[in-house]
Ligand binder design. Sequence first.
Ligand code: ADP
Ligand code: MG
Length: 614
Amino acid sequence: MSRKQKFKTEVSKLLDIVINSLYSEKYIFLRELISNASDACDKLRYYSLMNPGIAKDNGEFKIVIKPNAEENTLTISDNGIGMNKEDLINHLSTIAKSGTADFVNNAKDNGSVVDLIGKFGVGFYSAFMVANKVEVTTRRAGEEQAYKWISDGIDGYEIEESSREKIGTDIKLYLKDDAKDFTDTIYLRHIIRTYSDHINYPIVLDLGKAGEETVNTGSALWTKNKADITEEQYNEFYHHISRNFDTPWMKLHFKAEGSIEYTGLLFIPSEAPYDLFQPDRQQSLKLYVNRVFISDKVDDLMPAYLRFVKGIIDSADLPLNISREMLQQNALIAKIRTGTVSRILKELKKRAEDYNDYMKFWKNFGMAFKEGIYEDPANRVEIAELSRFYSTNSTEKLTSLDEYISRVHEGQTTIYYITGDDIPTLRNNPQLEAFKEKGIEVLLLTDPIDEFWVQTLTNFKGYPIKHVSQADIDLKFERKEPRADEGSLKKLTDFMADLFKDEVGKVAATEKLTKSPVSLTVENGQMSIHLERLMRNHQQQTAFASSRILEVNPYHPLIIKLADSMFEKDERKTVEEVCRLLLDQAKISEGEAISDSSFFSEKLSDYILRGWNK
Ligand code: ADP
Ligand code: MG
């Protein structure tokens, strides 16, 4: 006897969204169930390579679609791997993938149902868009006992023991009244041809007395000639393997010949996945050996910085019965990866010629792609060439490093950058004032990853890449305005150094500032303030105070005034307060938090009022 189990909250929510969606393209449920049946056949085919004989009575792999107009049901059957009781619980009754629950909780209305179904691998549940009851009868390869899973998709499911002559799965849908169309063979044939034609196994329509009819063309799409494949077929294939429903931004179909032969059909999506930066996110290419699906978990097939590339690699040169473990660190796999990566980079180079088009790729994947600068030494220069950055050159367009070089200033032999939390704050960082004055372009880097690649790519085409604080050019320029008296200035900087001894390592006059009275920077070769902040946010210990320099602009009227007041005893309190305000100001320009915000706001209003009243 079976007992009704309740769905976990996130499954209920998901089902609620699916069932109540007004989504008109309900027929996608069939594509999803066929796709699962195809995956199940892939799995059994691979499994039986390792366990010969396990599928000996199973016949040819196929997927059978059986409509029954009288009952108003539709059954999708496969002779794939099947499921046991645990599988039914783990795969059909919970949402396993991390992040899915969050997404479900945030998904508002039906606009996102298709996304939901695709991106989160919850295709099975789409059955409830057309059915008010689903029965899954299934028997797992290597096991005798079959099970039946039954659910109305609303409050729970039941699992009972059942029987099935052979291994495989039947999914029987009790169609809703408004889904009667799905017993119509003409309509079914049309949907299958449109959305599932590329499936590698025969999809057979069971016409009852009229016999069986194979509906799809069924060969592995990548083995066909490019000229014989339509754009729609490519897109449907992409949808099938990636579970994305966008039109891919890039498609790459190639055959590599030489010491090792393989075919690749790769795509770059036009939308970023939600989990691009989740630590457990892996590469997602599927590996086939001579059309037999082997694994989609061969990490070495694609480097991590290209983890967004979807598609398949098929090579007849790999042994068919290779185990998944043996595929890691396999020399042939490494060769395939090298060849495939260089093809991808070459294609990106072509696409980069069209700025607007390339930006669509860059905004989705640039942040991950830049990881390649330190992850892939062999392709470091190409990856850097393909990277784009904000810079002081333009507020709209991003620049490449080559473009930057084409604009360098006479006598400039270095590429300069500054790092920080966001572009607007960076543009106003006082450290850039002298660069602006001299017309020297500076890259504005805001991704956490930037702090890391700049440590590996220290030189690009003969140009060292340096943080602005390490400028090795003369940033002085002719100045006409009055300068603080040297002696008083010395007294002021000594005073500040003592006052701020716990917060900065050094206070020094600089010739680099134009508008700002003060600015924070670090000693040459020290970790940037931005990186320090990132590390602090991750609870990393940093020895920051000692490496900081508070730079003082001797041409600024406020600094002149302060310096002059150094010799007047009764001004001490004011001098001290103003100095504290200045340090806070320097911190704010750098994107740092200030230590005592109530002091800051109180004194700021105070001084404003005093100035105003004069
Ligand atoms: P996904 O296909 O992305 O994993 P689905 O919701 O479509 O997500 O399916 C969930 C899981 O249920 C599958 O991963 C698989 O383990 C199992 N499953 C679904 N249909 C079948 C089937 N016909 N045969 C065997 N297992 C299946
Ligand atoms: Mg699926």
